[in-house]
Write a protein that binds this ligand. Structure first.
Ligand code: FCB
Length: 425
């Protein structure tokens, strides 16, 4: 047996997002999206994990495992239910929740925007509205003034690349359900501007703040014909947001898998042409990205292990993305702010954690300033357009009774956190 020790002060945590766990987030765009006629959502979020009321128990449970950090989000739709009207009771709620996290001995990490928008923002075009970055910054300012004396770690926007390509290019079943390259590009610009202004608001009110974005990153892989398309996609989905993070205090990396782009020569040529022709690109890209349905080769080698999400089971992908951040932004502090697996076999989650951490440890040894590992997710929860069927939790949640059951993987990650070390057989 040997021990792989992690740096002193390493953050060991679990993550959630408000809409996925709190319940009754009825002022948000996602609430409407789940109810729209013809909605692609198999489930409605409903009461979710009732975390809005049960957070004291959940926070205590996470701390009892041995974790020293909890990443959660503040819900804009609750805090500002109408344009310019801020609800002090909601700010007080998040302050009490933050106090509970601190009292349990954990470091809070607060996300200000995790996929959901207030209905009134969505009605004005969401991230396509030129006024939304400024409005987002105004909301950030209110939250930071309420919590800034208690919170050091701030994530302005969660996975801006996913928000843009999921909801505006239509590559995922996300609101507002737009499906064109022009909207995708404009939303990306809006999200970057939102981050820029949000970051300034955070820094203005919280001098000790360490702020950044959390980035969805894949371990991309392509055959020769697919390489130009893959690089173009990676640039739009990831690099533009990483470039916008050059001034951030840290980069949050969120990696679940490897994405292979394998196309035959003819499709490769078609895609190259499509890169320059907007209507053609709008028609071709969403189906390709969704299911690689135009892809003549199977996306993942037959027989390879998949997660409930359909992703290749590859925990080490996170080390590849952390390395990529270190190449693009040398010396920048990195935190893995999400890494996890949807499975009904908890032994797979233990394996996912161990293999991921082992690969990350090697990157620390190689000199990358990795400051923390935050697992997705604390609880089984509402997995957006995939609903409740995806089980990501270190803690299982009984949908009928709301009873929590800590899984062996929860105890396992907690033991690693306590030891600040991974014991390798
Ligand atoms: C990420 C999201 C998070 C969760 C995981 C599985 O893209 O940030 O809310 O849905 O994927």
């Amino acid at each position: 047996m040997s021990d792989l020790a992690f740096p002193v002060g390493f953050l060991w945590g679990a993550a959630t997002a408000a809409h996925q766990v709190e319940g009754d987030n009825s002022g948000s765009d996602w609430w409407d999206w789940e109810r729209r006629p013809g909605t692609p959502c198999p489930d409605r979020s409903g009461l979710a994990c009732d975390h809005y009321r049960r957070y004291p128990q959940d926070v205590a449970l996470l701390a009892s495992l041995g974790l020293n950090a909890y990443r959660y989000s503040v819900e804009w739709a609750r805090v500002e239910p109408e344009n310019g009207r801020f609800d002090q009771a909601q700010l007080d709620h998040y302050r009490a929740m933050t106090d509970a996290v601190l009292a349990a001995g954990m470091t809070p990490m607060v996300t200000l925007h995790h996929f959901t928008l207030p209905r009134w923002v969505a009605e004005r075009g969401g991230w396509l509205d030129a006024e939304v970055p400024g409005r987002f910054a105004r909301y950030c300012d209110r939250v930071v003034r309420a919590l800034g004396d208690r919170v050091t770690w701030w994530c302005t926007i969660n996975e801006p690349g996913v928000v843009a390509f999921g909801g505006y290019l239509g590559a995922l079943n996300f609101p507002p359900g737009r499906k064109d390259v022009g909207s995708w590009e404009r939303a990306s610009v809006g999200l970057i501007e939102g981050h820029r202004q949000g970051l300034s608001a955070v820094r203005a009110s919280a001098s000790r703040a360490r702020a950044g974005m959390t980035h969805s990153m894949n371990d991309w892989e392509a055959n020769e014909a697919g390489r130009p398309f893959m690089e173009w996609l990676r640039r739009r989905n990831e690099d533009v947001f990483l470039e916008a993070a050059a001034d951030d205090d840290f980069v949050g990396v969120q990696t679940y898998t490897r994405v292979p782009v394998r196309v035959n020569a003819a499709l490769g040529v078609l895609l190259r042409v499509a890169l320059g022709i907007r209507p053609l690109a709008s028609a071709l890209f969403p189906p390709i990205i969704r299911g690689q349905s135009l892809n003549p080769e199977p996306a993942i080698a037959a027989g390879s292990r998949r997660t409930q999400m359909g992703y290749e089971f590859l925990p080490e992908a996170v080390a590849a993305t952390v390395r990529r951040v270190a190449t693009l932004l040398p010396g920048k502090d990195v935190i893995v702010t999400e890494h996890g697996v949807a499975t009904d076999d908890d032994a797979e989650r233990v394996e996912f954690i161990d293999r991921g951490l082992r690969a990350l440890h090697a990157e620390i040894v190689a000199g990358i300033p990795l400051r923390g590992y935050i697992h997705w997710s604390a609880l089984d929860n509402f997995e957006w357009a995939r609903g409740y069927g995806m089980r990501f939790g270190l803690i299982g949640v009984d949908r009928a009774t709301q009873a929590r059951t800590v899984r062996p993987s929860g105890h396992h990650l907690g033991a690693i956190a306590r030891a600040n070390s991974l014991t390798v057989p």
